[in-house]
Design a binder for this molecule. Sequence first.
Ligand code: SF4
Length: 209
Amino acid sequence: MSLSQAQAASHQGILAYRLHGNCYLNLTWHCTLRCRFCPKFNGSWDVQGYDLRLHDEPDAEQILAAAGDVTDCKEIVFCGYGEPTLRLDVLLYVAERLKQQGAKVRINTDGLANLIHGCDVTPQLANVVDAVSISLNAHNEALYEQHCRPKRHGAFQALQNFARLAQQQGIDVTLTAIDGLEGVDIAACQAIAEQLGVKFRRRILDQVG
Ligand code: SF4
């Protein structure tokens, strides 16, 4: 285990982990969605050998300590088995501090931050975030509701609005969908991304990390 990995593991769980030349940050286990396909609902919190179950939610300084020196990382990615924008203040603070080290910052998100916070947070994100990868997960609302089981109404439209606003703020936006998820038409998902003027990436079912 490298020093950075050793620093990353605390009594709270793994707060930062290294994969693919990136540093991934694990802020929370809470989600706005309850995706039927999520491994955590089957008891697996594993990503490429890292157990991302958190026993306590870390504060910003604990995350920064776990991240350590990120100057060798291609990207800082906020990503775990939870939605990082639910902890918006911590996310913004940590991202700003790491950007001061010259890091490129990405969020893997459900795209529901504006819905949850009740306002457009993309201007705040644009100050400290370079890219967002947003889980579209379906090509229509009915299928999205079936697979992702959002706790709030209007989530499918809200994530698309978020994508559009983030793009307008100059953030590099990618929508993702999972090939192999029942009923999901990947080409139709890609068409939604094209309509919004953002990028698209196809993911594979049961491949995490
Ligand atoms: S948003 Fe991600 S972590 Fe949350 S339930 Fe869905 S797949 Fe799991």
